[in-house]
Design a protein around this ligand. Structure first.
Ligand SMILES: Nc1ncnc2c1ncn2[C@@H]1O[C@H](COP(=O)(O)OP(=O)(O)OP(=O)(O)O)[C@@H](O)[C@H]1O
Ligand SMILES: [Zn+2]
Length: 293
């Protein structure tokens, strides 16, 4: 029997677990709601136990902030999340106590970025943003994730306010009007009283939203000069958003530096069905296993 690799996409609302093969194809998957850590993780462990013997490694892409410093006493912990019960919780320790396998630990957006890079082998560098309940971003250069003392936190970058949005305080519990505070899904609802899914396409809120997302793309462009910037998450599932973001990006960058054709440079994920992180995790789990053997 050939090796199997595990993927855990640990999100604020749900955990998506999957087992894949050397071709990085999903063989089986299961989703569990994010409840108390011990309860959710026990379901995760029971799912993977079925594959004992052939499952050789696991990669976890998690909501954050998380401790990914292997020399730290709290390596493998979810750290300062405001999410009840999950603050300072030893996620990798809990998993390893019952699943004695090599494990890779990174952010959900780094896993997604890696999946997109695996799919398009011509890419050497890229940035992946998710615009959902929160905003996060992961960046890759070569085989490395960008980060120093810890992983990147580009979802909380500061942005210039849209002139028609100055009265809105923003919803980030830490910063108010950082990028996440003014451009994640909950900000749409906070401004309009209606969830993003139900807001009319003619509402002015979309261009305000796109203005902030375009600023994030400009900042990522100027800071990292990546070959591609990918936008996933529920908010970007609206097709018109990518067009709006490209238009505002062009105006903001103002041809200061050359970038690829925007229809290629600023894109939605190439991997369908929100599976970028799963594919990335399979590849990262495989890499971790190969390193250990
Ligand atoms: N089609 C849509 N248009 C606009 N907003 C949307 C759409 N779908 C979801 N949202 C908004 O995006 C947020 C949910 O994001 P998403 O669907 O990516 O799920 P999530 O997994 O909870 O997000 P996260 O990755 O931050 O944990 C909610 O605020 C929701 O109102
Ligand atoms: Zn913030």
């Amino acid at each position: 029997m050939s090796n199997l690799y595990g993927s855990i996409e640990a999100g604020g609302t749900k955990f998506v677990c999957a087992v894949g093969n050397d071709a990085l194809m999903i063989l089986e998957s299961a989703t569990f709601p994010t409840d108390k850590p011990e309860e959710t993780l026990q379901k995760v462990i029971d799912f993977f136990k079925k594959f004992e013997g052939t499952l050789v490694s696991i990669s976890v892409g998690s909501f954050g902030p998380i401790d990914i410093d292997k020399n730290s006493k709290t390596y493998g912990f979810v750290t300062t999340t405001p999410k009840p019960h999950w603050g300072n919780f030893d996620m990798i320790g809990f998993l390893k106590a019952q699943l004695d396998l090599p494990m890779f630990f990174t952010t959900d957006v780094n896993s997604s970025a890696y999946g997109e890079k695996i799919l398009d082998q011509s890419l050497n560098s890229l940035v992946y943003f998710t615009i959902g309940t929160g905003i996060g971003a992961g960046a890759i250069q070569g085989e490395d994730f960008i980060g120093g003392i810890s992983h990147a936190e580009m979802g909380h970058m500061f942005v210039k306010r849209h002139p028609e949005d100055l009265d809105f305080a923003g919803v980030c519990p830490y910063h108010g009007d950082c990028l996440e505070g003014v451009a994640a899904g909950p900000s749409l609802e906070a401004r309009t009283g209606v969830r993003g899914e139900a807001i009319s396409l003619s509402s002015t809120v979309w261009d305000i939203q796109a203005y902030y997302i375009a600023q994030a793309a400009v900042s990522a462009t100027l800071t990292l000069r990546p070959e591609k910037i990918i936008f996933g998450g529920g908010v970007m599932a609206q097709e018109h958003m990518m067009t709006r973001v490209r238009t505002q990006f062009a105006a903001l960058l103002n041809d200061y530096v050359p970038v690829p054709d925007l229809a290629v440079y600023l894109q939605i994920p190439a991997i369908a069905n929100n599976a970028s992180a799963t594919v990335g995790n399979f590849a990262l789990a495989k890499r971790e296993y190969d390193k250990a053997n």
